[in-house]
Design a protein around this ligand. Structure first.
Ligand SMILES: Nc1ncnc2c1ncn2[C@@H]1O[C@H](COP(=O)(O)OP(=O)(O)OP(=O)(O)O)[C@@H](O)[C@H]1O
Ligand SMILES: [Mg+2]
Length: 221
């Protein structure tokens, strides 16, 4: 079982979006549990809108202490994804999650104001735990390829932070998904959703590859 914390103390960078959509992508080939420890409970609302089409097990409104118990119980999930709060008041909750996690996915939007809080999250909370992590660029402008390259370059050279090669572009389908009760596994595959589905699917493969060979082998079975 690999526990993946989706974390960034910058609000609104896509933690909830990434947790739910990546959980859906991984659930195509793996046993997945999504856990919400955020008081905002955005995933709870989203999960309720999914009704019976939720492709993974879901545990909403959880006390983060339960995460360390999941390890002890050796519960049969391949991946446990945890959506975490973005506010500084909830730092203790986030710390408890990071203590139990095997990997941190750090969604980040290509905005100057996201840089400092992202660096602070990594510097203060993730590095001291020697927790494996990678930034996932989110809300990339599909019509502006230079933007992606600029931000990838910034992460690689100036900031020196590990990142996913894959990324999520900005799509209305992402923004509409919670209220419509949709995930990449339930989207109707058409021209409007193809980019969204493709992006999330690619991130899912890269996430799985982080834990190769054990889980990657399952993927190609
Ligand atoms: N790739 C994307 N394309 C379009 N909209 C997006 C994308 N990613 C996130 N959004 C939208 O941006 C807003 C913030 O995203 P989200 O709620 O996932 O961020 P968050 O980090 O969980 O926020 P918080 O810190 O408040 O928990 C939401 O309205 C979401 O639908
Ligand atoms: Mg959120």
């Amino acid at each position: 079982m690999k526990m993946i914390a989706v974390a960034n103390q910058k609000g609104g960078v896509g933690k909830t979006t990434v947790t739910m959509q990546l959980g859906a992508a991984l659930s195509r080939r793996h046993r997945v549990l999504v856990v919400d420890v955020d008081r905002q409970q955005s995933t709870v609302w989203w999960a309720e809108n999914m009704r019976d089409r939720l492709p993974f097990d879901f545990a909403g409104s959880q006390n983060p202490q339960m995460l360390s118990r999941l390890h002890e119980l050796r519960i049969e999930y391949d991946f446990v994804l945890v959506d975490t709060p973005g506010s500084l008041e909830d730092t203790a909750v986030l710390e408890t999650v990071l203590d139990a996690a095997d990997f941190a996915v750090i969604p980040m939007t290509p905005e100057p104001l996201a840089v400092e809080p992202t660096l602070r999250t990594i510097g203060r909370l993730i590095d001291p735990r020697h927790l494996r992590h990678a930034v996932l660029l989110n809300r990339i402008d599909a019509r502006n390829p230079a933007q992606l390259h600029r931000w990838q370059e910034l992460l690689d050279t100036t900031l020196g932070i590990p990142r996913f090669d894959t990324y999520l572009r900005q799509y209305k389908a992402h923004a509409d998904a919670p209220i419509l009760g949709q995930l990449v596994t339930t989207f109707r595959d058409n021209q409007r959703t193809a980019g969204t589905i493709g992006d999330v699917t690619r991130v899912g493969y890269e996430m799985t590859a982080q834990f190769a060979p054990a889980t990657a082998a399952r993927m190609f079975r």
